[in-house]
Design a protein around this ligand. Structure first.
Ligand code: 13P
Length: 250
C-alpha cells in the first residue's frame, strides 16, 4: 500500500458556515504526514467553502458526493463535473449505497458517472456493498462483483485511477462495523476482479466504510487489504475526525 486515505462523507450535513467552523478546528489539530491523505466530501453547496479553507493543504482533497455525467444543460437539480471542478473538487463518490438504494442509481449510471469523472481527470470513489439479507444468503461477493460490472469497458490504466470503497449496507450508520476479516474477504475479491483486468495489486486502493469510529479505526486500517476508511457520522465532529485521521496501522 502506498498511501493511507481518511475520507469523510458529510452526507446531507454542514452548510458553508458550519464547514468553515469545522475546518478551523480540524486544521489546528491535523498534522500533515507523508503518505497520508485526508479527503472530504461536503454537500455540493459547501465544496467551495471547504476548498478555500484547504487551499494551502494539497494533501487534503475535496470531492463531491454526486455528479451528473453531462457537462451542462437542462438537468434541473443536477451538478456537473465542470461545476464541481470550478468549486474546487478533485474527486467524487459514485454508487454510494444511499444513492443506489434511496435514489435508484443503477449499475449503468455508476459506469457513466465513473467514466465522465475519469475523462475529466477526477478520481471516482466507487462504492460497493451488500445488504444484510444478501450477506446472510451468502451472496456478498456476487453482489459486489455485479456492482463492479458498472466499470466494464474501462481499461487497466483507467481502472487503476479509481479508488474503491467497500461499504456493507448493514454497517452504514448502524454502529455495527464489519470485522477487519469480513472486509478483507471483500477487498480481496475487488483485488481479484482488478487483477483479472490487468491491474496490479499496488495500483488498487480499497477503503472500508461503515460505522468507522475512533475506537475501531486502528484495527481496521491494520488489516493489510484496507488502504483507508470512508467515514460518515464520525467525520462530522472536528475533534473526533482529527482523532481518526491521526490513527496509524499497528
Ligand atoms: P457511517 O460512518 O455513518 O456508518 O457512514 C458510512 C458511509 O456511508 C460513508 O460513506
Amino acid at each position: 500500500m502506498s498511501k493511507l486515505i481518511f475520507a469523510g462523507n458529510w452526507k446531507m450535513n454542514m452548510g458553508p458556515a458550519a464547514a468553515r467552523d469545522f475546518l478551523k478546528v480540524f486544521l489546528q489539530r491535523y498534522k500533515k504526514e507523508s503518505g497520508v491523505e485526508v479527503w472530504i466530501f461536503p454537500p455540493a453547496s459547501s465544496i467551495e467553502a471547504v476548498a478555500r479553507e484547504v487551499r494551502d493543504r494539497p494533501e487534503i482533497v475535496v470531492g463531491a458526493q454526486h455528479v451528473y455525467w453531462e457537462e451542462s444543460g437542462a438537468f434541473t437539480g443536477e451538478t456537473s463535473i465542470p461545476i464541481i471542478v470550478d468549486a474546487g473538487a478533485r474527486a467524487a463518490l459514485v454508487g454510494h449505497s444511499e444513492r443506489r438504494h434511496i435514489f435508484g442509481e443503477t449499475v449503468e449510471d455508476t459506469g457513466r458517472r465513473a467514466r465522465a469523472l475519469l475523462d475529466a481527470g477526477l478520481t471516482p470513489v466507487f462504492c460497493v456493498g451488500e445488504k444484510l439479507e444478501q450477506r446472510e444468503a451468502g451472496h456478498t461477493e456476487a453482489v459486489v462483483v455485479a456492482q463492479l460490472g458498472g466499470l466494464d469497458g474501462l481499461n487497466a490504466s483507467q481502472l487503476s485511477k479509481i479508488v474503491f470503497a467497500y461499504e456493507p449496507v448493514w454497517a452504514i450508520g448502524t454502529g455495527k462495523n464489519a470485522t477487519p476479516a469480513d472486509a478483507a474477504q471483500v477487498h480481496a475479491a475487488i483485488h481479484n476482479w482488478m487483477a483479472g483486468r490487468g491491474v496490479a495489486r499496488r495500483d488498487v486502493t480499497v477503503l472500508y466504510g461503515g460505522s468507522v469510529k475512533p475506537e475501531n479505526v486502528v484495527s481496521l486500517i491494520s488489516e493489510p487489504t484496507i488502504d483507508g476508511v470512508l467515514v460518515g457520522g464520525a467525520s462530522l465532529e472536528a475533534a473526533g475526525w482529527a482523532e481518526i485521521v491521526a490513527a496509524r496501522p499497528n
